[in-house]
Design a protein around this ligand. Structure first.
Ligand SMILES: [Zn+2]
Length: 279
């Protein structure tokens, strides 16, 4: 079931930014040493303004997925993001690792982040991206209950949104069973379309790849989507603390030159893309 894109548009392109700042190190990596925190600070102080300038130059509207820890720690940058006309979506409180949370704690953090978005940004987030792109068995139900219209954390498709189905029973010997499709729309992500794992220097992975390798992969995936998935969605995930480094930003701009040279590409927010879905 494809998206119904505006007239003249063939492919929706989301260049989203996950503005994790300090929270990714504290929540996902369990380290809050001055050096790791300074990498988050670089994302806020240098990465965000550079990325906002690039997005403005290419006239791209996009979605920023921001933990409420970042919204509170880097208020001015989040205000700048809003003033540039971008959307801010939910991305946890402190980049908490969802599968490890007790059900009560996951519910408490869901309520807390929504109230913090309302208090600090004046609006309820329409969409959610889970920190580190993982769910517990409760997450999908919580997102439905709290009225989110879209999620962008799962990988059951690549270039088409879909209604995710929970796996309601698992048996190694008798197979797994899906439940009913969710009312939520999933706009899928991909680890192949994320700057953080290949380009960062991470405690538990290789990273620091050559920009040519990453650019080549992103370009191949865009070409595939453009040529073979009409009315699809291409969703790239960036992190200001990663893509904001000079050599990475030059790579991103080469990629944006390639994408924007194609007829019918629609750069927009994840909420705009979700609004185009018709069952
Ligand atoms: Zn994140």
């Amino acid at each position: 079931m494809p998206l119904k894109l505006p007239p003249g548009k063939n492919l929706a392109v989301s260049i989203s930014a996950d503005f994790d700042a300090h929270a990714v190190w504290m929540g996902s990596f369990g380290t809050a040493s001055p050096s790791f925190l300074s990498r988050g600070e670089f994302g806020a102080e240098v990465g965000v303004p550079r990325l906002l300038e690039t997005f403005a130059r290419y006239d791209i509207q996009t979605t920023w997925c921001v933990p409420t820890h970042t919204i509170q720690t880097f208020r001015r940058q989040c205000q700048d993001i809003v003033e540039h006309g971008h959307e801010i979506a939910a991305h946890g409180v402190y980049h908490e690792y969802i599968p490890k949370l007790e059900a009560d704690e996951e519910r408490r953090l869901m309520e807390l982040q929504i109230s913090q978005h309302e208090r600090l940004l004046g609006r309820r987030p329409a969409g959610y991206r889970s920190p580190a792109w993982d769910f517990s068995d409760s997450t999908l139900g919580l997102l439905e209950e709290f009225g989110f219209s879209w999620d962008s954390s799962l990988m059951g498709r690549d270039f088409e949104p879909y209604r995710p189905r929970p796996v309601v029973s698992q048996s190694r010997e008798e197979g797994n069973t899906f439940g009913e499709p969710s009312s939520l729309l999933e706009i899928p992500v991909s680890w192949y379309l994320d700057d953080f794992p290949p380009l960062e220097n991470l405690p538990r992975s290789v990273g620091m790849a050559a920009t040519n390798d990453v650019l080549s992969r992103w370009t191949d995936l865009f070409n595939f989507a453009y040529q073979r998935v009409p009315n699809g969605v291409f969703a790239l995930t960036l992190h200001p603390q990663t893509i904001g480094r000079g050599h990475h930003l030059l790579m991103l701009e080469q990629f944006l030159d390639h994408v924007s040279s194609h007829y019918g590409v629609w750069f927009t927010t994840l909420s705009d893309i979700a609004d185009c879905w018709e069952d």
